[in-house]
Design a binder for this molecule. Structure first.
Ligand code: 17E
Ligand code: FE2
Length: 420
């Protein structure tokens, strides 16, 4: 009798280090769940064994911020010449005119498989809903269902061209909520006026509460130090008591805030309990574009937020689209760039940095059943390195990406030879 695809495997993993724990640990997986973790476990009958002696095991990577509807469209119909966020939005608006259901599904499916190769299993994708036909959303809702045994996809109703500033913007957001998104978005810095910025956030918070959805707002993604969407979002989240279910993405204006304002703000941010996603790779590319010299880096204050005990994760944002000509989905590039640009280069900051794309991101996504613990579903990755420091520094490949004990994606170790 053949086993159904969703049935979990029985497997013994030998000789690994789990996160920053000791080396030489074995992991027993029974019916697709972590059953036993310890040294010197012996194989049972019917159990497959994989010897990964000396390798690193982590929980799967989580992509906490990407735009799958725009992925793999770079150059269509033209390239973003200026490298600004705003030209990217114009280019995408042109590409949107030719969007089809099949087109979105094919590109997003390709991007997701690329992500799986790099050790990702959970993806939060923003989906542009400023489209009267909601084409991308229909495609991604179907893809979320079709791939659910392999990848966990969260969808955010993202009003790229505004809620108050786009024709029928509120209605489109409401239709998206009805269709079954996981989270409500907003884009306060792109609305025509401050009044619209505030009212769009009020509307988004009310909609999220009405449909009991998470929130993830593109918030203050601009080098304007006067962009103040974040304080409104955090205040509404605090007052509604939904902070841990709310995320502020990008918040690049925080880079330019004066320190006195930031000091006042950080108290509110802590009280609210909201999460942050920084996209350091893409925002170092998009921000500072109207500066001469010095050019601002435009990355939010990850170090200070982290030190204040606020949850921050890292995202890729874009895979070959109008906002990033490059980008593979490989989060290692994002973490490496993020550490350098935020100057989080002290030893514990480097060795703990996998949290930006694992546990911190799990908190942002409000995931349960995540992590290498007895009783959880056996989702994990194996890296060709002895520990995270070396995995990050050398860009170690993900040898295998396991979901419920089954291999989703794998590759051979790199064979390097030096001839001197
Ligand atoms: N749209 C937006 O408003 N900001 C971004 N960084 C991307 C799309 C990628
Ligand atoms: Fe984004």
């Amino acid at each position: 009798m053949s086993t159904p695809a969703s049935a979990g495997a029985n497997l013994l993993i030998k000789g690994v280090r789990i996160e920053d724990g000791p080396a030489g640990v074995d992991i027993r997986i029974t019916d697709g769940k972590f059953a036993e973790i310890g040294a010197g476990l012996t194989p049972r009958e019917g159990e497959k064994v994989r010897d990964y002696t000396g390798k690193l095991v982590l929980p799967p990577y989580i992509e906490s911020h990407v735009h799958l509807d725009t992925a793999l469209t770079s150059g269509q119909p033209r390239y973003n010449e200026s490298g600004t966020l705003f030209e990217g939005i114009e280019v995408w608006s042109e590409r949107k005119q030719t969007l089809t259901y099949e087109d979105v599904k094919e590109r997003a499916g390709r991007a997701l498989r690329q992500q799986a190769q790099f050790g990702i299993q959970y993806v939060r994708s923003h989906v542009d809903v400023t489209d009267p036909d909601l084409t991308a959303l229909r495609a991604l809702i179907d893809l979320r269902e079709e791939l659910k045994d392999s990848m966990t996809l969260q969808l955010v109703a993202f009003p790229q061209e505004g809620i108050e500033s786009f024709p029928n913007g509120r209605d489109l957001m409401r239709r998206a909520a009805e269709m079954g998104v996981d989270a409500i978005g907003a884009i306060p810095h792109f609305e025509f006026t401050r009044e619209y910025s505030v009212s769009s956030l009020n509307f988004a918070v009310e909609l999220a509460q009405e449909y009991n959805l998470l929130m993830d707002v593109h918030c203050d993604e601009i080098d304007d130090e006067a962009s103040r969407g974040l304080e409104t979002l955090a205040t509404r989240a605090l007052e509604a008591g939904i902070g841990p279910r709310v995320t502020a993405s990008h918040t690049t204006a925080m880079h330019s805030y004066n320190n006195a304002y930031f000091l006042r703000l950080v108290r509110l941010l802590k009280m609210s309990g909201i999460n942050f996603v920084s996209n350091p790779l893409v925002n170092t590319h998009l921000q500072g574009r109207v500066d001469t010299y010095p050019k601002r880096r435009g990355v939010t204050r990850v170090k200070e937020l982290t030190e204040a005990g606020i949850n921050v994760s890292f995202g890729q944002d874009d895979i070959e689209d109008p906002w990033n000509p490059m980008g593979t989905g490989n989060l290692r590039d994002v973490v490496l760039n993020g550490l350098y640009v935020t100057q989080m280069m002290a030893r514990p900051e480097i060795t703990g940095s996998y949290n930006f794309i694992t546990h911190n991101a799990a908190r942002t996504l409000n995931l349960s059943d995540y992590g290498i613990e007895v009783g959880n579903t056996a989702n994990f990755i194996v890296l060709d390195a002895e520990d995270w420091f070396h995995a990050l520094s050398f860009g170690a490949p993900v040898l295998a990406n396991f979901r419920a004990g089954r291999v989703l994606a794998e590759c051979e170790p790199l064979a390097r030879r030096v001839h001197f």
